[in-house]
Design a protein around this ligand. Structure first.
Ligand SMILES: [Mg+2]
Length: 259
């Protein structure tokens, strides 16, 4: 059956750091002009959907905020459903803190009683921040990780990601984190609902073999692997992961749409 709906990862698929992936702008324009629906589905947790939109459009894309479903926003929605004005200890960026406050959540960086410890992307993570998080978890706070990706790519190579710190805290506290972003099936399904996508006609385009490719397949979707980000083709075999399609980059998506 022809593919009509696309969930498209951002980091490593559309750009790496501040470098746009060659042909990505044209590929998204092609999808839109062909009447195919897409959502940019990103585990990005240092930036909200609005910030991702601004970054993309600054690179020449033509994206609306509603085209993007980011783990940062999904995390805020998830916490607000649990408790409207929840108190959160955040390991994360200042811009995520602001988005949480704007949504009515209470955010602290200090060791004081909270409802949740929230672990998100933070390039300034320290021993002290993790150490406080540990004691709050042991004291009974809920544990939320925006995602559990091991690495992320930018133009200087691959870098340690949130998952590694989540695992450290899980190990030390004995408490499992609730993971918001990919590969949580709710994250895929919520984004599909936004474009009224049917499972059998939906494919995930991603560079992360675990979160994007295996995650999508476990959810019953087709998976299109691109080599423009964190992982290379060799990594698929090494990890026993078999995408439905494998491309050099999103630039080559056109021929497989009716495959
Ligand atoms: Mg990615």
């Amino acid at each position: 059956m022809a593919l009509k709906y696309f969930l498209i990862d951002v980091d490593g698929v559309l750009y790496n750091g501040s470098t746009v992936v060659d042909g990505a702008v044209h590929a998204l324009r092609f999808l839109r002009e062909s009447g195919l629906k897409f959502q940019l589905l990103t585990n990005t947790s240092g930036k909200t959907a609005l910030a991702v939109k601004e970054k993309l459009n600054g690179m020449g894309f033509d994206i609306f905020e509603s085209d993007i479903y980011a783990a940062a926003n999904a995390m805020i929605d998830f916490i607000r459903k649990k408790k409207k004005a929840a108190r959160c200890y955040l390991v994360g960026t200042v811009s995520l803190e602001q988005a949480m406050i704007d949504a009515g959540l209470k955010v602290t960086r200090k060791e004081e009683p909270v409802d949740f410890v929230v672990l998100a992307y933070d390039s300034e993570v320290t021993y002290q921040k993790l150490d406080i998080a540990l004691r709050l978890l042991l004291g009974g706070a809920g544990f939320i990780a925006t995602h559990q990706m091991k690495i992320y790519p930018n133009e200087t190579g691959v870098h340690i990601n949130v998952g590694a710190f989540a695992k450290a805290l899980e190990y030390a506290s004995g408490k499992a984190a609730y993971t918001i972003g990919k590969p949580n099936p709710d994250f895929f399904l919520d984004s599909m609902r936004r474009i009224k996508a049917r499972k059998e006609e939906t494919a995930m385009v991603g560079d992360d073999i675990f979160e994007d490719i295996k995650g999508a397949q476990d959810c019953g979707l087709k998976a299109i692997f691109v080599e423009s980000g964190s992982y290379k083709k060799d990594d698929l075999e090494k990890n026993g992961i078999r995408p439905d399609f494998s491309l050099k980059s999103i630039k080559d998506i056109q021929p497989i749409i009716n495959a």
